[in-house]
Design a protein around this ligand. Structure first.
Ligand code: CEZ
Length: 793
């Protein structure tokens, strides 16, 4: 079903039907495309707000990227029809729209390209998609090969639907002078000011060919006719009709009539994308549409991805984990941090956590992002709901809803950044637009804002949401509080106090620590429910996420952050872990709450209206799951943490892959939960690769699983390898140095022993790391558990 090649840098799926939504994504500085194994695709580009150049056949709402994106016959995609001119037999690549059962099929996700290969009727069709680094254009290289023993005559029709472009104006025609099809439209608007905003939009969609075509069609309804997409009318005729689209729905269709000798192959290259005018189209053609143009773009893209390689290369007994960590995880972290999920107003918490991830990938970008975010801090120390990335950006969607947690992410993410980079100078950097205040002062103000935004019980207000976006009605009347945020505030205060100590700001540190303790006490007084912490208290004073609740009895986040904040003592900890295990853990990871709500709770909010087991209503919400894992490592529960961490990556066994319906090439924002309510749907991936999870997974792997964690003085070694691993090798880049680390479990080892270049260390800490140096570490670990026979090394 799923295999890998290229040492894990290629992930291959051998069926177009077993995991129909499985796919991969590519992005560059201006666009992204998510394409699935069957040929459907969703692409967005920035102008500067996200826009599309291929749409569904009806007016589409502009919205943010959605989980469990549905696909349907006329969904945008990129296809090839292939007709045998002698027998009339028809199939299509990759699978849609004809859906003929292939003789063989291979979808390949690679970091720099996505390819499909289909074998049918003695023919092999392949399609490959790649992107340049800086321009909005898809580079398509297709090949058709005769794998039979006879000479074949075939027609190949690339079919790139463009969809419903506009209700004001849409058309398409073939342009011999440009060498392809150009679809034109006017982005619909009504307000005069929008005319000026839209004037420079890329309202054309082009499809250019390198090899001259035999015929074309540009009008979607004419192409499809009565035959439907499975068997379009136009394909039944010897040649396409070469028609225009005049206020009709455009499509880009070409026809190549090819005669192929046995073994012969033909390569066809195309460009697909948006443009403002013909000049832009010609320039893209010039630059890219040739073998050399494609090769140069591929080179450039490879160099771009190099920047996202990350700082960790692993070789463990778990082969699929190695592939994931070496090739895919840092790529996903880099995507988030380099292009900010292709938004112009990332949610503040997302922006900060995405750049926490960037601290391990390209720290200077993280540094700039923290300064950029702080420049938008409000006069009272609060952080805005979203960070505006350019002058024209506006707060949209969820960023118009007041959430109370944004300040928390400053100490949390900066702490990680400082540990990794050692860049304590950042703290003294003045923040632009903040009247000369330094980073340290701004963050202190944020932390103090958290300390103040509490009620008479000492708990943090929730307003219309905290980390949980749709928990919008627990406190919208101004009284309700968040248990999670109170814990997170206590934790944030402690982290910041620690940084104060390092700066000899002892009085400040003491103040923050005592506030943190005060919060922890308030939480224990008001929110400890006997076996776990409640999620919050509503405007009406009702605690929720408690044993008396029939639905939403227990939430994961308060337990995780109680471990981090130190609110839980050893007895509470044991009870909480048991409760989580019994009520929240599933074969696909821990769900965020249980039981999932089946009806609206007006004193909790719209999360309870989401489908049970989806998203925040009790899915395995991976962001929440990784907080829990991080906190488990924090209290030394390494094996437990590992078990849950491994569940976050689909596979390797085929049954699990089928359940998730996703390839192990990214962490999705969730897997369906409601394990007890809807077991047949549990585990299914949301396919949404926008998630703060990625940064935290990378962090947990580096700092906790392998225990190669930065701190002010250097690199501390404190691994928590799963006890059944006998050995592992890791290359860790840190502050310009390279650490080659080999971990070995041995019977004669009683406690962690670290040798540096053959010399035992007194403390497992490498101080004063020298950039450019290669350090060889041998880390010996005691045996904890017997060897698991199932694990092959
Ligand atoms: O958005 C995420 C946010 O980007 O939800 C997380 C939150 O911490 C992230 O910052 C948990 O709520 O508004 C909604 O109902 C959406 O479902 C969002 O909550 C969700 C998006 O689906 C993810 O892109």
């Amino acid at each position: 079903l799923v295999s890998s090649a290229g040492n894990g840098s290629r992930c291959q799926l051998h069926s177009p039907t077993a995991m129909p939504a499985a796919g991969a994504f590519l992005w560059n500085r201006r666009m992204m495309i998510q394409a699935n194994c069957r040929g459907f695709a969703v692409a967005r580009f920035m102008q500067p707000e996200p826009a599309s150049y291929a749409r569904g056949p009806n007016i589409e709402a502009t919205t943010f990227m959605q989980p469990e994106q549905p696909y349907y016959a006329h969904h945008p995609g990129r296809f090839l029809y292939i007709k045998d001119e002698q027998s009339g037999a028809l199939f299509s690549a990759p699978h849609e729209p004809v859906r003929a059962a292939p003789d063989s099929f291979c979808f390949t996700a690679a970091p720099e390209e996505i390819t499909w290969e289909v074998q049918k009727h003695g023919l092999r069709a392949s399609m490959g998609l790649s992107l340049p680094v800086d321009e909005v254009v898809e580079l398509w290289q297709c090949e058709i090969a005769n794998t039979s023993a006879e000479t074949r005559v075939v027609s190949v029709y690339p079919y790139f639907p463009v969809g419903y472009m506009s209700w004001m104006n849409q058309s398409a025609e073939y342009r011999a002078d440009l060498g392809g099809i150009v679809c034109s439209s006017v982005t619909p608007y009504q307000k005069v000011e929008d005319y000026f905003k839209n004037r420079d939009f890329k309202d054309k969609t082009f499809f250019l060919h390198e090899t001259p075509t035999d015929a074309w069609e540009t009008c979607q309804p004419v192409f499809e006719g009565e035959g439907g997409l499975h068997n379009p009318d136009a394909v039944q005729k010897p040649l396409l009709g070469c028609g225009d689209a005049r206020y009709q729905m455009p499509a880009a269709v070409l026809q190549y009539r090819l005669q192929l000798q046995p073994g012969e192959r033909r390569t066809l290259r195309f460009l697909f994308g948006p443009a403002r005018d013909e000049g832009e189209i010609l320039a893209l053609r010039e630059r890219y549409l040739s073998a050399d143009g494609f090769a140069a773009a591929a080179d450039g893209y490879r160099r771009y991805l190099e920047q996202g390689r990350g700082c960790l290369h692993i070789d463990t007994p778990d082969r699929e984990l190695n592939h994931f960590v070496n090739h895919w995880l840092p790529r996903q972290v880099f995507y988030h941090g380099d292009v900010n999920r292709l938004t112009t107003d990332p949610q503040t918490r997302n922006y900060l956590q995405d750049h926490m991830g960037m601290a391990y990938i390209r720290p200077q970008t993280a540094r700039a992002a923290f300064l950029h975010a702080l420049a938008q801090q409000k006069p009272d120390g609060a952080m805005p709901d979203g960070i505006l990335l350019d002058a024209k950006a506006e707060l949209k969607y969820i960023n118009q809803v007041p959430h109370t947690d944004h300040c928390v992410w400053l100490p949390v993410c900066l702490d990680a950044y400082l540990d990794e980079s050692g860049d304590y100078a950042l703290l003294d950097e003045p923040v632009p637009g903040q009247g000369g205040r330094s980073v340290f002062e701004c963050v202190s103000r944020a932390v103090e804002h958290l300390a103040v935004a509490r009620d008479e019980r000492g708990l943090s207000y929730i307003n219309q949401g905290d980390w949980c976006d749709p928990m919008n009605m627990a406190g919208y009347r101004g009284k309700g509080v968040s248990g999670w945020l109170s814990l997170a505030a206590a934790y944030g205060l402690k982290l910041w106090a620690h940084i104060c100590v390092q700066r000899n700001e002892d009085a400040l540190a003491e103040r923050y620590l005592s506030t943190a303790e005060e919060i922890n006490r308030a939480i224990n007084r008001h929110l400890w429910d006997g076996d776990w912490f409640a999620r919050g208290i509503t405007d009406e004073g009702v605690a929720f996420g408690v044993r008396d609740d029939r639905e939403g009895r227990i939430y994961l986040n308060p337990q995780s952050w109680a471990l981090l904040s130190g609110a839980a003592d050893a007895g509470q900890r044991a009870r909480m872990l048991r409760a989580v295990e019994q009520q929240l853990e599933t074969p696909f990871g821990p769900v965020m709450l249980a039981p999932a709500y089946t009806a609206m709770r007006e004193d909790v909010g719209r999360l309870t209206q989401k489908h049970p087991g989806s998203a925040e209503n009790g899915s395995v919400y991976n962001h929440a799951a990784i907080f829990y894992i991080h906190s488990l490592y924090g209290v030394g529960e390494g094996d437990k943490a590992w078990g849950l961490l491994r569940k976050m990556i689909p596979g390797p066994d085929p049954e699990d892959l089928l359940r998730r319906g996703q390839l192990p090439v990214f962490v999705p924002n969730y897997y369906r939960g409601a394990w007890h309510q809807y077991p047949e749907h549990a585990g299914r991936s949301s396919q949404l690769f926008n998630t703060g999870t990625a940064a935290w997974v990378y962090r947990c792997m580096l700092e906790q699983l392998f225990g190669l964690k930065g701190e002010r003085l250097g690199l501390r070694i404190a691994p928590q390898l799963p006890s059944h691993w006998q050995r592992a090798r890791v290359e860790r880049h840190f502050r310009g140095a390279v650490f080659e680390v080999s971990f070995i479990r041995a019977a004669d080892v009683e406690k962690l022993r670290v040798e540096l270049d053959g010399v035992p260390l007194r403390e497992p800490l490498i101080e004063a790391v020298e950039a450019g140096r290669r350090y060889r570490l041998c880390v010996s670990l005691p045996m904890i558990a017997p060897v698991d026979e199932n694990i092959t090394e």
